[in-house]
Design a protein around this ligand. Structure first.
Ligand code: NAD
Length: 243
């Protein structure tokens, strides 16, 4: 048995990762912060597919809740083999209109939340001398999109975090990589106006948005032992928008 924690897995990319990793044989922990019904629906889908797992409510931007979550999961299963740091929010605004609350919320979840989870899970993996951490970044970590200064800075931090953790944890058999999706059809993207969507589509060589399942396929590969020599990499999956 292998155990995976996927943060923010009640919908979108996290949901697709949970369903895919369960099909790959992982027992999956579906972390969610608010939507218990959606989290239960993901678990039901996993069970219908013949997989197993549990749901766990925790706000991963709160270090105390992350610590308790990792403690409880380790107690229940005795191991944590994979962490997918996925929970994230967008707070787009031009610099001159940016408010501090959005700035804090974005960094608390998209950056500090990844640290908290990596640290707590890393402690368990460190003792076992094996494990995989996958951080959900974004093309915005490299690409300069006006209005995304906070989100871009946060995802840029995720890329740096990924590389440094790969160095720090490599000697203990822990691999750390990131996936940098472009525009993926989730509620995050559905919130964009039709004009904005058309504008972005013009810049995507494949001329469509990606699907959450396509991101989950990359996560599945990165989690697999077949990629056991890959660490510290940011894998871009964006239909070519960053070319
Ligand atoms: P989404 O908004 O559909 O899902 C985000 C999930 O995170 C939700 O389940 C939400 O409940 C959960 N969440 C929010 N705050 C949380 C908290 N404090 N603790 C625990 N869970 C919390 O978003 P998505 O599009 O599926 O994005 C998932 C990840 O992929 C994010 O890190 C996002 O930045 C990244 N990403 C998304 C896209 C895209 O186009 N959709 C592109 C690049 C990167």
């Amino acid at each position: 048995m292998k155990v995976a924690i996927i943060t923010g897995a009640s919908r979108g990319i996290g949901r697709a990762c949970a369903i895919r990793l369960a099909k790959d044989g992982f027992t999956v922990v579906i972390n969610y912060s608010r939507s218990e019904d959606e989290a239960n629906a993901v678990l039901s889908q996993i069970k219908a597919d013949g997989g197993d797992g549990m749901i766990y409510k925790a706000d991963v931007s709160d270090p105390a809740q992350v610590k308790q979550m990792v403690k409880d999961i380790d107690k229940r299963y005795g191991q944590i083999d994979l962490l997918v740091n996925n929970a994230g929010i967008v707070r787009d605004s031009f610099l001159l209109m940016m408010n501090n609350d959005d700035l804090d919320k974005c960094f608390d979840l998209n950056v500090k939340g990844y640290f908290y989870c990596a640290q707590q899970v890393g402690l368990k993996m460190f003792r076992k001398k094996s494990g995989v951490i996958i951080n959900m970044s974004s093309v915005s970590g490299e690409l300069a999109l006006a209005g995304q200064s906070v989100y871009s800075a946060a995802k840029g931090a995720v890329n740096s975090l990924t590389r440094v953790l790969a160095k720090e944890l490599g000697a203990k058999g822990i691999r750390v990589n990131a996936v940098a999706p472009g525009f993926i059809e989730t509620e995050m993207i559905n919130a964009l106006s039709d004009e904005k969507k058309e504008e972005y589509l013009k810049d995507i060589p494949l001329h469509r948005f990606g699907k959450a399942e396509e991101v989950a396929a990359v996560v599945s590969m990165l989690a697999s032992d077949e990629l056991s020599y890959m660490t510290g990499q940011i894998i871009t999956l964006d239909g070519g928008i960053s070319l």
